[in-house]
Design a protein around this ligand. Structure first.
Ligand SMILES: C[S@@+](CC[C@H](N)C(=O)[O-])C[C@H]1O[C@@H](n2cnc3c(N)ncnc32)[C@H](O)[C@@H]1O
Length: 202
């Protein structure tokens, strides 16, 4: 991360941008189409004394031209919200310099090559969830889009310790979205959330 130019796609309020700056990034740019997150980000920047090493643009990934400019591109928790996951992967690739690194985090299911879950409606009460691939399927999508050195570096079930209600959060969290009689399933009957982290090179 040290000295790198980084793009965080779907950066939300920009929390990870500040962590990237803290890890030595030269410049951390985030994009997220929700205007509220820009306000939250700029509030934190003000509290930090106006630090200019991180910036948030209120844009969706589809609004970016092919910049071919970033050493590292992050996409965390975005792929399954995109109706066309392969287009998302190409859009991420278009932002990287040649040889640049993609860090992609997504929901996955257990399963074989070519398997992916397309929920009929909500998934764990989340709206706008489209394709949730198995790990071999995710690797094959990345390779199909021309990424090299594709690796899965972590896979973890989401726990109630990680996603829980707090005084600062909404009133419901993961525990409310799992089947009370079988927490290996969501309330809709799908496999409970399992998340994986992949790295790949352009
Ligand atoms: C599940 S959140 C993940 C937030 C953050 N990346 C994280 O890991 O904590 C998904 C984020 O993607 C953003 N998003 C949705 N559509 C997007 C798009 N077309 N381009 C970029 N970001 C998008 C949402 O506004 C939201 O902040």
């Amino acid at each position: 991360m040290y000295g790198k130019t980084v793009l965080d796609v779907g950066c939300n309020s920009g929390y990870h941008l500040w962590r990237m700056v803290g890890a030595g990034a030269r410049l951390a740019v985030g994009i997220d189409p929700m205007a509220l997150f820009l306000c939250q980000f700029e509030m934190v920047r003000k509290l930090l004394g106006g630090d200019q090493r991180a910036h948030l643009l209120p844009l969706g990934i589809e609004a970016l031209p092919k910049l071919n400019a970033f050493d590292v591109v992050f996409s965390m928790g975005v792929l399954y919200h995109r109706r066309s996951p392969l287009d998302h992967l190409y859009q991420l690739k278009d932002q990287l310099v040649s040889g640049g690194q993609l860090v992609l985090e997504t929901l996955v299911i257990e399963g074989d090559l070519h398997q992916a879950l397309l929920p009929q409606d909500r998934y764990a009460q989340m709206r706008n969830v489209y394709f949730i691939p198995s790990v071999p399927t995710m690797i094959s999508w990345l390779e199909r889009c021309g990424f090299k050195e594709v690796k899965m570096v972590d896979i973890s079930p989401t726990t109630n310790d990680e996603q829980r209600t707090t005084a600062w959060s909404s009133e419901q969290s993961l525990a409310d979205f799992l089947n009370p009689d079988d927490p290996t399933k969501t309330v809709e009957g799908y496999p409970a959330p399992l998340r994986a982290l992949f790295t790949a090179r352009k």
